[in-house]
Structures are given as structure tokens and as C-alpha cells.
Design a protein around this ligand. Structure first.
Ligand SMILES: Cc1ncc(COP(=O)(O)O)c(C=O)c1O
Length: 382
């Protein structure tokens, strides 16, 4: 079923018109708000198909929706954090087999990325990051006057692990996005472990942030969370987001796993926000429902295969993606493609320097949205 306003309302059993806009806020993220101010729109305002922010078009799973409804009660009048965030922390710690002190939750993982750059980088401690990759740590590092070493992705659009490891000597932090946004590429658990061990040998004080926002979307069994490495190395920590496979971008929930001293350096450096009771309840319901995430992974893969096949059929190169977005070599500026699509009411991703002259990122919406979008792509690229 297409995710029209009415369709979504029927799916979740909401009839009242007044609840409709909140369902979109929950289901769709605001990545564009941070990087393209002024561009944010509700998904079907003016009939625009918005596939620009790696949002999850299907929104939260049924159990998360149920938890939200169940939490809308007089109970919501009580309980400042940590009352309800404690339960979420305990749940996450149980799942990863770590202590509660090894978990910190925030209003989205973006807050953790910003806080980490603030905590560990400085004018004398550079950030090492990829180009292109997710830019929050990079932006914060620049804001506080820390040098930024941008390591271009390799020919297959994967992170250039060796070059990043070399650049890490003496750095404050490495931002290692796995899978990577926007390229959609991923590195196996053993490749990540080799990277971590190499950096820890040569530069043990350098922090390594492994961002796993999209890891739920991969089917590759060799790809695994780096959470176990956080127990061995105090300098290593991971971040996860509820905004992608969990479909809860508007509820703003993310978390980090690492050693207590590392996490407390982040929470001291930056305010991670104050999570509300509804978000915590939905996050607990969603993370304890792996069946839903498996369904979500399959549905995303079905839509991804369809969309990649369409671009390849048109003769364009698209690397295999392990995320809910694809990065296509269109051989023309992203801005041109974006403007042409927008004229046809399809909004695709922003520029990703240094590849903005050739590559565009397309996020995956619902199958119906992608079928409509592909008709537009065929037209504007013909
Ligand atoms: C790689 C990556 N990390 C982190 C985030 C931030 O997600 P959130 O703050 O919604 O958890 C995003 C959002 O698009 C992302 O792409």
C-alpha cells in the first residue's frame, strides 16, 4: 500500500486528521534540515516524493506504534529522565551483553557524533574522516577549530582503511561510518577489527567512532557490530540510530556503546538532550522486536534491488548498497539531476563533495514511491 496520508493512518489505526502530521514526523527524518536548511518538507506536500534524507518511509513497526499509544496516558505526566531512559539503557545493555555504564542514550545519534568531536578533537587533535561521509563530526570539528583530515573513498567507494589508519597517528578521533553514508558500502567485522588494532598500536589515544546507523540493512553475514571491540579498547565506541531501520527519526533516539570514561567525556562535552517517555517506550518496543527489523531489511532490499536495477538498466554504475540509499555515478552534476527531478516533484539527495560533479544519492522510499520516481529518472536521464 502506498504511504499516502490516509493509507498510513489506516495502517496504524489512526483516524483523526489531527494525528496525521505527527505520523510523518515520526516516520521521516530530518537529515536535510541539518545540511540543506529550508529544504525540509512533509513527504507529500505538493505531491513531492521526498527521497533525499535516508528516511524510513514505512515508519515505526507495529509494536513501537502500540507502545506509543500505550504511553499516551496520565503516566506521561510523571517521570523525568532517567526514569524511563534507564529502562532503555538496561534493555540495550542486555542485548549487547555489556554493563549499563557502557551505554548512553541521546536524542538521536547525531547528538553523540557532535559531542564526540567536541570531546576528543581540538586545534591540536585533528579529526580523521572520509570524503564523502556523514558530516556531523566534521562540522563540529571545524566549529571548534580542529583540523579535519578528509580521506577520499577508494575506487570501489569503500572507506580507504589503510589511508585512514595512517592519518590517524596523533589524531583526536577517527569517524568510521560502517556502512557509509552516502556510498552505501560496508566493511566486514574482520576488516574493522584489523583497522582498530592497527590504529590502537600506532596511536592508542586516538578515539575511534564507528557509526553503525545503517548496519541493520545489510545481509552480509561477515558484517557485524563492532560493539565487542569497545570492551577491549577504551578508545573505541560505536553509535547506533533508531532513525533508519527502526523508522523513528522523528522520535529522536540514538545510543552509543563504549567504556564509561569515554562515554562520560562525550556527555560532559555536549548536551545529548532529554529523551521523552514516548520515544523511550517506542525504542524499547522496537529493539526487542527483531522480527520487525528483519521484515524491514527484506522490504528495503526489495525496493533497493528494483531501484538499482533501473539505474543499471539505464547504463549507470551503482555500487552494491548495504543501506537504505544508493549512490549513482550519473556522470553529471548532482545539482542538475536534483533540479530536473524536483521539477517532476521528486526530491533527491544533496551534493556530496568531492563527488558532487558525478554522483547523486537517492534514498529509498516505498516501492510505490520508487516506481514513480524511476519513471521520472528515466525521463530526466534520457
Ligand atoms: C551515518 C549517519 N549517522 C548518524 C545519523 C544521525 O541520525 P539520528 O540523529 O537521526 O540518529 C545519520 C542520519 O542521517 C546518518 O546518516
Amino acid at each position: 500500500m502506498s504511504l499516502t496520508r490516509r493509507g498510513f493512518a489506516q495502517t496504524v489505526g489512526l483516524g483523526a486528521a489531527g494525528m496525521l502530521s505527527s505520523s510523518f514526523v515520526i516516520g521521516r527524518g530530518l537529515e536535510a534540515a541539518e545540511f540543506e536548511p529550508g529544504s525540509v518538507q512533509m513527504p507529500d506536500d505538493d505531491g513531492i516524493i521526498r527521497i533525499s534524507s535516508n528516511e524510513n518511509a514505512r515508519g515505526p513497526g507495529p509494536k513501537a506504534i502500540q507502545a506509543l499509544h500505550g504511553t499516551i496516558s496520565p503516566r506521561a505526566g510523571r517521570g523525568y529522565p532517567p526514569d524511563h531512559t534507564n529502562d532503555l539503557v538496561t534493555t540495550i545493555a542486555d542485548i549487547y551483553h555489556v554493563a549499563e555504564d557502557n551505554v548512553v542514550v541521546g536524542t538521536g545519534s547525531g547528538a553523540l557524533l557532535a559531542g564526540a568531536a567536541r570531546a576528543f578533537c581540538s586545534p591540536t587533535k585533528p579529526l580523521v574522516t572520509a570524503a564523502p561521509t556523514y558530516a556531523t563530526s566534521d562540522r563540529m570539528a571545524r566549529r571548534i577549530g580542529a583540523p579535519v583530515k578528509m580521506i577520499p573513498v577508494d575506487a570501489s567507494l569503500g572507506l580507504d582503511i589503510d589511508a585512514m589508519a595512517d592519518a590517524a597517528a596523533g589524531a583526536g578521533m577517527v569517524f568510521f561510518c560502517n556502512p557509509n553514508n552516502p556510498t552505501g558500502t560496508v566493511h566486514t567485522a574482520s576488516a574493522v577489527e584489523d583497522f582498530v588494532r592497527q590504529v590502537m598500536r600506532t596511536s592508542p589515544d586516538t578515539k575511534i567512532l564507528i557509526d553503525e546507523a545503517y548496519i541493520d540493512y545489510t545481509f552480509d553475514p561477515a558484517v557485524k557490530t563492532a560493539a565487542p571491540l569497545t570492551q577491549e579498547f577504551a578508545s573505541v565506541f560505536i553509535t547506533r540510530s533508531f532513525s533508519k531501520a527502526h523508522g523513528m527519526a522523528g522520535l529522536r533516539v540514538g545510543y552509543a556503546i563504549g567504556q564509561e570514561e569515554t562515554l562520560s567525556a562525550i556527555t560532559t562535552a555536549w548536551n545529548l538532550g532529554s529523551m521523552n517517555t514516548l520515544s523511550a517506550a517506542a525504542a524499547i518496543a522496537s529493539i526487542t522486536d527483531p522480527g520487525h527489523i528483519a521484515e524491514e531489511r527484506h522490504e528495503n532490499a526489495r525496493i533497493r534491488e528494483f531501484t538499482i536495477a533501473a539505474f543499471r538498466d539505464m547504463g549507470f554504475k551503482v555500487p552494491d548498497s548495504h543501506t537504505n540509499h544508493i549512490f549513482i555515478d550519473l556522470g553529471r552534476p548532482a545539482s542538475e539531476f536534483r533540479a530536473a527531478c524536483l521539477e517532476q516533484k521528486v526530491r533527491v539527495g544533496r551534493d556530496f563533495p568531492p563527488m558532487e560533479q558525478t554522483h547523486s544519492r537517492v534514498s529509498l522510499g516505498t516501492m510505490e514511491e520508487m516506481e514513480a520516481a524511476v519513471r521520472v529518472f528515466r525521463q530526466v536521464l534520457s
